[in-house]
Write a protein that binds this ligand. Structure first.
Ligand SMILES: [Fe+2]
Length: 291
């Protein structure tokens, strides 16, 4: 299968043309896709018309899909996964009979890493657009290899051996998760601790590894010092020189490397419908191995 690779020209991201994901890919094409993903961190594949089965098959080229993180909804008999596909999460603002069909609503989702509040965050996620609003709802990505490589020395030395607590209490839309209390003292933030620098297990490159800014804390530091350090590192990491923003069209599929990019979503009008199906790929515990 002849594929064409078009880098975005921004700090990360590339489009791959020539793939039809309604069918399985041959091993050579799979390797091209994975190498392009390793090189560019975010892949865009446009003009697809795929089923959930196709989405899951494509996801398996990268690893084992993790079940959608919607246990509470599922337990209440209100699964936010399509029937028969518990590994597919519906990301949507649409409601049916007053009940949301998916998660995250229509608000802004600030810069974050998916599921980094867990000991083993996902390695990547795949998002497929079924319905998109006429404006808003863009997804942005930031290249954390570049953020690591360009860190000022003063920040680098402070972060080198530090870990950070990744808040589990709020979701990426900023809502309190069921069973959690609002964090008032960041030294008590619930969630996994990960090194602030991360070695990518496939490329061996180092990346800055941030989860979400709110309620983050660097254990061992006074709160004011931790806040100042994290504010500085977040300002560095999310500067526009490291980012690329995607304006969605129906049929677009994006896959991002959750080990080396931050992502965010713009808000959009809640009168407009946005329906995405997402899979998430199992990952392992972040580590940092000095060069
Ligand atoms: Fe996310």
């Amino acid at each position: 299968m002849a594929v064409e690779i078009l880098p975005t020209g921004a700090a990360l991201g590339a489009e791959i043309r020539g793939l039809d994901l309604r069918r399985g890919l041959d091993p050579d094409s799979i390797e091209v896709v994975k190498q392009t993903w390793r090189d560019h961190l975010v892949l865009l594949i446009r003009d697809q018309d795929i089923s959930d089965a196709d989405l899951v098959r494509f996801s398996r080229y990268f690893g084992e899909p993790r079940l959608a993180p919607l246990g509470e909804a599922r337990m209440k008999g209100r699964s936010r996964s399509p029937e028969g596909y518990p590994e597919v999460a519906i990301i949507s603002n649409v409601t049916k009979d007053g009940i949301p069909i998916g998660s995250l609503g229509n608000g802004e989702a600030i810069w974050h890493t998916d599921m980094s509040y867990l000991e083993e965050p996902i390695m990547g996620a795949i998002l497929y657009a079924l319905e998109v609003p006429p404006s808003g709802g863009d997804t942005g990505f930031a290249n954390m290899y570049l953020a690591y490589e360009t860190l000022p020395d003063e920040l680098r030395s402070k972060l080198e051996d530090s870990v950070c607590v990744h808040d589990h209490s709020l979701n990426s839309a900023g809502f309190l998760r069921r069973g959690y209390e609002e964090v008032t003292d960041v030294t008590q933030t619930p969630g996994a601790r990960h090194p602030l620098f991360r070695t990518h297990p496939e490329t061996g490159r180092h990346a800055l590894f941030l989860g979400r800014r709110r309620n983050a804390y660097v254990p061992g530091l006074p709160v004011e010092e931790s806040d100042a350090l994290l504010d500085a590192v977040w300002a560095h990491a999310t500067q526009s020189a490291f980012t690329w923003h995607h304006r969605w069209q129906v049929g677009d599929l994006l896959i991002w490397d959750n080990r080396a990019v931050l992502h965010r979503r713009d808000a959009f009008d809640n009168d407009d419908r946005r329906v995405m199906h997402r899979t998430q790929i199992e990952g392992d515990r972040p580590y940092y191995k000095r060069a």
